[in-house]
Write a protein that binds this ligand. Structure first.
Ligand SMILES: *Cc1c(COP(=O)(O)O)cnc(C)c1O
Length: 356
């Protein structure tokens, strides 16, 4: 792989901008896309032709391996604007590193850092006007890689595309969700690809999640594939539990995505003197804590919502409601993170990167 420290990006601008058609006061999540995208091809064993083009369709042969063997990985991140139109990213190198961890596991080529970071920054500079700066809103960033190489042979492709697309997104008011603790299906297994942001992981979640929705729950709490006794993730988010005043989350593993929000929450909580524990959590422990009143909060953590509070959980036909409490850890830690992301507070951990 070429050691590229800086890259030259060819830029083709859109004839006219769509930005005038967008209602920035009523943005949903990931439905509106900006004028341009970044693309880079892996051909002849090297990443080449980094370019910014108008946002447009990607044309692939029917035999492209993405369609058959699912070599598809992605990242999810955000850009933020402060009141002075400064643009920031949050821990972007962690997304870059994780993309390559996913690439390696799916036998896809790793990407040089300069292509990821320079491509992202150049695209951000071009699309700066698309970054919302109202409370809670941001520009959602979707870097992804797919196997464009052709052939029905079940083997890794020899060509790939890396793409970055942007979607301005409004505040993520998901409200509190009721979740079902999964007893049959698994999101991931030992030795599998659960730690990678691989497209197929999400395809496999849709059906069990639909079954949970049919029963009146909004999300699934995934449990370990072996015994279904230990909680692992909350939908496509990492999971946090507060028992009395201790904040718990489960250790990352083969089966669990190493979330950037998760580790940021742990770091902030520890810096603030909140007692944290990273250890396995049994479903039976949650039920016991719910029954004796020590279970105070459960929330999911991920880039899109930052923190997504859970109102209660179902398990083996029984529902367990969480108490309505004030001054939740979840709301507090969400504010601490978003204040750092949007330059409303100082950044003692060096997570915020100014782009322009
Ligand atoms: C992306 C993702 C997360 C959260 O990761 P962040 O880096 O915090 O956005 C957690 N679990 C799964 C399964 C994910 O795909």
């Amino acid at each position: 792989m070429a050691d590229l420290n800086t890259i030259t990006i060819d830029i083709t601008k859109a004839d006219h901008s769509k930005i005038g058609n967008v209602d920035f006061d009523n943005l949903s999540f990931g439905q509106v896309f900006t004028d341009h995208m970044f693309v880079c091809d892996f051909e002849d064993g090297t990443w080449q032709n980094p370019r910014i083009t108008p946002y447009q369709s990607i044309s692939l042969e029917p035999s492209a391996k993405i369609f058959h063997y699912g070599q598809s990985i992605f990242e999810g991140m955000k850009a933020y604007k402060d009141g002075n139109d400064n643009v920031f990213l949050f821990r972007p190198i962690d997304n870059f590193n994780r993309l390559n961890i996913s690439a390696k596991r799916l036998a896809m080529p790793e990407l040089p850092e300069a292509i990821f970071m320079d491509g992202l920054k150049e695209l951000l500079k071009l699309e700066k006007d698309w970054i919302p700066n109202s409370e809670g809103s941001s520009l959602y960033i979707r870097p992804f890689m797919l196997a464009s190489g052709e052939g029905f042979h079940a083997s890794p492709a020899d060509t790939y595309k890396f793409v970055i697309a942007f979607a301005p997104s409004g505040a993520y008011f998901s409200g509190k969700v009721k979740v079902l603790i999964e007893e049959k299906y698994s999101r991931s297994a030992n030795g599998g690809v659960g730690f990678a942001k691989a497209g197929g992981n999400y395809a496999g979640q849709f059906y069990p999640t639909q079954l949970a929705k049919d029963k009146g729950y909004q999300q699934v709490i995934w449990t370990d594939d072996n015994s279904h006794e230990f909680i692992e993730e909350a939908g496509a988010m990492n999971i946090f539990v507060r028992i009395n005043d201790t904040l718990l989350t489960v250790p990352t593993s083969d089966r669990i995505l190493d979330g950037i929000t998760r580790k940021s929450i742990l770091t902030i909580a520890e810096a603030e003197g909140i007692q944290t524990e990273v250890r396995k959590i049994k479903v039976s422990e949650l039920i016991e804590a719910s029954e004796n009143g020590s279970l105070k909060e459960i929330f999911g953590a991920g880039t899109a919502a930052v923190v997504s509070p859970i109102s209660g959980f179902g398990f083996k036909g029984q529902d367990y409601d969480l108490p309505e409490i004030e001054n939740t850890f979840g709301a507090h830690l969400k504010k601490r993170i978003t204040d750092i992301q949007t330059n409303k507070s100082n950044d003692p951990f060096g997570w915020r990167i100014k782009v322009c």
